[in-house]
Design a protein around this ligand. Structure first.
Ligand SMILES: NC(=O)c1ccc[n+]([C@@H]2O[C@H](COP(=O)([O-])OP(=O)(O)OC[C@H]3O[C@@H](n4cnc5c(N)ncnc54)[C@H](O)[C@@H]3O)[C@@H](O)[C@H]2O)c1
Length: 290
């Protein structure tokens, strides 16, 4: 089925979008990467210009294949031009529901009636967007992980509106990109990976907050006993304690369930501005910020 997907449009050239675009072009697909920000498009093009020679130098790709990627991948600020003839659109714009809704309305209007519209959103299920379109059966979640060029897992989430065929095309497409897609048969907040991660983080914070062990020892146990590449506190420092705080608060506001509130340690670190690696201090101290 995915063999029929010949052209992809990725909307958003930010952190995720520009990498997803390169994954598509590496898989041999004609790809256009679209963003409203000229600065982001410039950055994405400049990343590609450095990325390809680096891959050639490491022997991961031939000069001929790199040339193919450059000829297949184009960047544009014009939505209509970018999605022209696209069989599959991956939306990777800023995580704001109203923005995504408006974009899906526009995509539904502009794209051919058979074009599949997928969202890379980490938290919004596709039924929130499918209802903005006249093609709900062709809408699904296709959630890549950061960095998308490296991470193999892609979560394909089938909403009640999504057809079997649409989910199948998304699965095959991800496989074609060299990914290891997983299928969720129903929509659920946080999908698979972030739900499991959340439980691990919550338990790690409980063990820290109750004085059972230090952050360093909990991280060490998770790395050396469970085989994770990094412990939960190292990971929170990397992704940002402010992000952990906001996600928990948002969830608490939505559900009213006090169990969803951020842990006391996360609140304390958030208030002190100790947000992790970016700030030079989180659960650990860092010599260099960023
Ligand atoms: N960053 C992550 O770790 C991660 C991981 C998985 C999924 N996601 C999801 O991917 C999406 C994008 O996240 P990101 O981290 O790449 O964000 P980002 O802020 O790096 O990039 C978002 C891009 O969207 C562009 N944009 C905004 N409105 C637009 C519009 N109407 N048309 C075209 N472009 C528009 C912005 O200019 C920006 O370049 C979000 O939904 C997020 O939940 C993020």
């Amino acid at each position: 089925m995915a063999a029929e997907v010949k052209k992809i449009a990725v909307v958003g050239a930010g952190n995720m979008g520009h990498q997803i675009s390169i994954c598509c072009a590496l898989a041999g697909l004609k790809t256009s990467c679209i963003d409203v920000s000229a600065e982001q498009l410039r950055k994405a093009e400049s990343f590609l210009r450095n990325y390809l020679p680096d891959r050639i130098a490491r022997g991961k790709i031939s000069e001929k294949d790199a040339g193919g990627v450059e000829s297949r991948l184009s960047f544009t600020g014009e939505l209509e031009e970018g999605v022209r003839e696209a069989d599959f659109v991956i939306e990777a714009v800023t995580e704001k529901l109203d923005l995504k809704k408006e974009l899906f309305r526009n995509l539904d209007r502009i794209c051919a009636p058979q074009t599949i519209l997928a969202t890379n959103s980490s938290f919004f299920v596709s039924s929130l967007l499918a209802s903005e379109t006249a093609r709900p059966a062709l809408v699904c979640n296709m959630h890549f992980f950061n960095p998308a060029l490296v991470m193999k897992c892609v979560e394909i989430v089938k909403g009640p509106h999504t057809s079997e065929e649409t989910a199948g095309v998304a699965m095959e497409l991800a496989s074609k990109m060299g990914k290891k897609p997983v299928l969720l048969h129903k929509e659920i907040y946080g999908f698979l990976v972030n739900r499991i991660l959340r439980r691990i983080m919550d338990e790690a914070l409980f063990l820290l907050d109750t004085g059972v062990a230090s952050a360093a020892d909990i991280d060490s146990a998770v790395v050396n006993a469970l085989g994770h590449p990094m412990g939960p506190f190292t990971l929170m420092d990397l992704t940002g304690i402010d992000l952990s705080y906001h996600i928990a608060m948002e969830r608490y506001r939505e559900t009213g369930d006090s169990a969803e509130k951020p842990s006391p340690t996360v609140v304390e670190k958030y208030v002190r501005g100790e947000w992790g690696r970016r700030k030079g201090r989180g659960f650990y101290e860092y010599k260099n910020k960023g």
